[in-house]
Design a protein around this ligand. Structure first.
Ligand code: CMX
Length: 133
């Protein structure tokens, strides 16, 4: 499989507006848009930075996986997304190598990307996303 870069770093926050006080006002990294990913009960905010992006994730419901993450661990780095050229081929290769996946098939992520998650237990406790734009 070909991983071409870090697509984004996902950070779980209770409130995007609160978080932007640091990211935009202090660090000067501008938010270029927000999008609700209804299926996953989150709103995402994008802050492009060089070749990658910071993605702030705010839960929209107590049932959101991001709410559960914040309850369990507090706000913080939630996932690391690696950009791949062909997500279907990458998933086939991962399956072939017996890597435990959360998603066997790609689903829709923010910004029209096709995404899939690798299980944190297969990646040293890090939730890894693969993403094809
Ligand atoms: N980091 C590390 N470990 C995590 C984790 C995270 N972010 N999220 C879950 N886990 C752990 C859990 O603690 C659990 O461990 P135990 O089995 O030891 O309890 C295990 O992984 C499975 O978690 P789960 O919540 O029971 O599993 P689900 O299959 O229900 O959900 C997941 C897994 C990762 C898909 C979901 O928790 C999640 O985070 N979904 C939201 C994804 C998201 O960020 N969507 C927006 C994406 C937008 C984009 O990037 O385009």
């Amino acid at each position: 499989m070909k991983v071409t870069g870090v697509d984004h770093i996902g950070i779980a926050v209770k409130s995007i507006d609160e978080a932007l006080k640091l990211w935009e006002e202090v660090l000067g990294i501008k938010c270029t848009g927000r999008e609700e990913v209804e299926e996953q009960k989150v709103v995402t905010a994008f802050l492009p930075l060089g070749d990658t992006e910071i993605e702030l994730l705010e839960p929209t419901s107590p049932e959101s996986p991001v709410s559960k993450f914040i309850e369990k661990r507090g706000e913080g780095i939630h996932h690391l997304a690696l950009r791949v050229e062909n997500i279907e081929a990458a998933l086939e290769e991962l399956k072939g190598k017996g890597i435990r996946l959360i998603d066997e098939e790609p689903r829709c992520g923010a910004g029209g990307a096709k995404i899939a998650f690798i299980h944190p237990k297969a990646a040293g406790g890090v939730l890894l996303e693969i993403s094809e734009r």
